[in-house]
Design a protein around this ligand. Structure first.
Ligand code: AMP
Length: 454
């Protein structure tokens, strides 16, 4: 097993990953870091949840520090383009975490907020800029952002970028970059338009392909519970009283929701804590320590706060709300069933979440078996989820709404050779024409029939 040290990362980066509690590089990190440090371009087929951010952020930080970036007034040396503001913010947070012992400045810019603070930060000088395409081009047009010194360019989630109609923006950005630079393109799928785009700006790229965290889809028992939104608290309380729910990680979409849930559980005399962005570092550490030791069996987390939670033996993951981004589902459920242990992921779905459910099932290529054996089962939610086609095309998230994003037509890179070991893949058959997406196959759901094993 490769260690971060064997990847020849410099000491401040080794300290930063240790601080994040990363024990060893993920497969994509082990593959990409040496290639990037050697100056190669990369075409990466990998989803969120595989550790791909560190795979590019760590070598970039190292090369920027060792190069001349830190001398003189900071100029933008690294540009990371991301399709959504949420993802952009996450990437920027990662740069903050991994670069905490270095002297490099990073900034995230995205639309939908006033530009004043972003412009002020750019004026101070920035080495690493994470941006969504629209706001980036806006600020370039106004003369605030200059991209003529960019040495590293990352196009993240390229398939989503194209789905969201950003192809022209991407081409405009590419024209603004100097020709001497190192390029990376990451995408969960590699349909022909992505390979064409990759061919237009990557220079003899190394291909890196990695599946979602190895413990996902196959090893984890997944269940779906249809429930009305207002009954979710009660359903969770009932679930938590079942045997075997020893260490449960519950995901909510918002900090507020996490707080409300912990209050309700506490009233029901169920020990639970929340971790989210509004909690101080020491409160987070304390909550994690309690969860780790088993003193507190229920941890309620938002997606951002859950980054870096590395607790073994999580018996159950509960999706109190479904995530808008289907990849996040895979990332969440991968928290259970680690190291070959069995794990259970239970997802609550109310009538407003059927589009999210469809996106998830399309991504995992299967239907999640329904567990209707509980008093809170909602027929309305179940019927909405069964409704064919049209509503599944309604884009759930704000960004998709804006861009009218169509459903992805391709599946994630499948594991071409499962015996090759976790996370390693070969060729990428992007689409299996004989197989319809899960959404169009839906007639009758499989029903989960053994609640006693909960
Ligand atoms: P990403 O795919 O970059 O969004 O990362 C997914 C999650 O994995 C994030 O929560 C990271 O903090 C976490 N992560 C990244 N690299 C490692 C590692 N080597 N060991 C453990 N967790 C990691």
């Amino acid at each position: 097993m490769t260690s971060f040290k064997q990847l020849e990362l410099i000491d401040p980066l080794l300290r930063a990953v240790a601080r994040e509690n990363y024990q060893e590089p993920t497969p994509i990190q082990a593959q990409s870091i040496p290639l990037l440090l050697a100056g190669r371009d990369i075409l990466g087929c990998a989803q969120t949840g595989t550790g791909k951010t560190a795979a590019f952020a760590l070598p970039m930080l190292q090369m920027l520090t060792q190069g001349n970036a830190v001398r003189g007034k900071p100029a933008i040396r690294a540009l990371i383009l991301s399709p959504t503001r949420e993802l952009a913010a996450q990437i920027d947070e990662s740069f903050h975490a991994y670069g905490r012992f270095l002297n490099l400045r990073h900034l995230v810019i995205f639309g939908g907020v006033k530009q004043h603070a972003q412009v002020a930060a750019i004026r101070q000088g920035v080495h690493i800029l994470v941006a969504t395409p629209g706001r980036l081009l806006d600020l370039v047009g106004q003369g605030y952002v200059h991209l003529d010194q960019v040495q590293f360019f990352v196009l993240d989630e390229a398939d989503r970028m194209l789905d969201m109609g950003f192809i022209h923006d991407i081409r405009r950005v590419l024209k603004l970059l100097p020709s001497e630079r190192q390029n990376l393109l990451f995408s969960a799928t590699l349909p022909p338009d992505i390979t064409r785009l990759a061919g237009s700006f990557l220079d003899n790229p190394a291909r890196v392909e990695v599946s979602p965290p190895s413990s996902t889809v196959e090893q984890i028992e997944q269940r779906l519970m249809f429930v009305d939104r207002l009954d979710k608290h009660e359903l969770l309380i009932e679930l938590l009283s079942r045997p075997g729910m020893s260490r449960v990680l519950v995901f909510t979409r918002t900090k507020h929701g996490a707080n409300r849930l912990v209050k309700r559980l506490t009233r029901a005399k169920i020990p639970a804590v929340a971790i989210h962005g509004n909690k101080s570092q020491s409160a987070r550490r304390k909550a994690l320590a309690g969860f780790h030791s088993g003193e507190i069996p229920i941890l309620v987390a938002t997606d951002l706060a859950s980054r870096g939670i590395d607790v073994e033996n999580i018996s159950h993951v509960v999706n109190f709300e479904l995530p808008h981004e289907p990849e996040v589902y895979i990332h969440r459920i991968g928290r259970t069933g680690r190291a070959g242990l069995s794990g259970v992921a239970i997802s609550f779905c109310d009538a407003t979440e059927s589009a999210d459910l469809r996106s998830i099932e399309r991504l995992i290529g299967d239907e999640i078996p329904v567990d209707a054996d509980h008093v809170w089962h909602s027929r309305e939610a179940a019927t909405t989820a069964h409704a064919p086609a049209l509503s599944s095309r309604e884009p759930p998230s704000r960004d998709r709404k804006k861009a009218g994003r169509p459903q992805p037509k391709t599946r994630p890179c499948p594991r071409a050779n499962p015996s090759a070991g976790a996370g390693r893949q070969s060729v990428v058959p992007v689409r299996d024409p004989g197989r319809k997406p899960a959404g169009s196959r839906r007639r009758r759901r499989r029903v989960f029939r053994n609640p006693s094993s909960t």
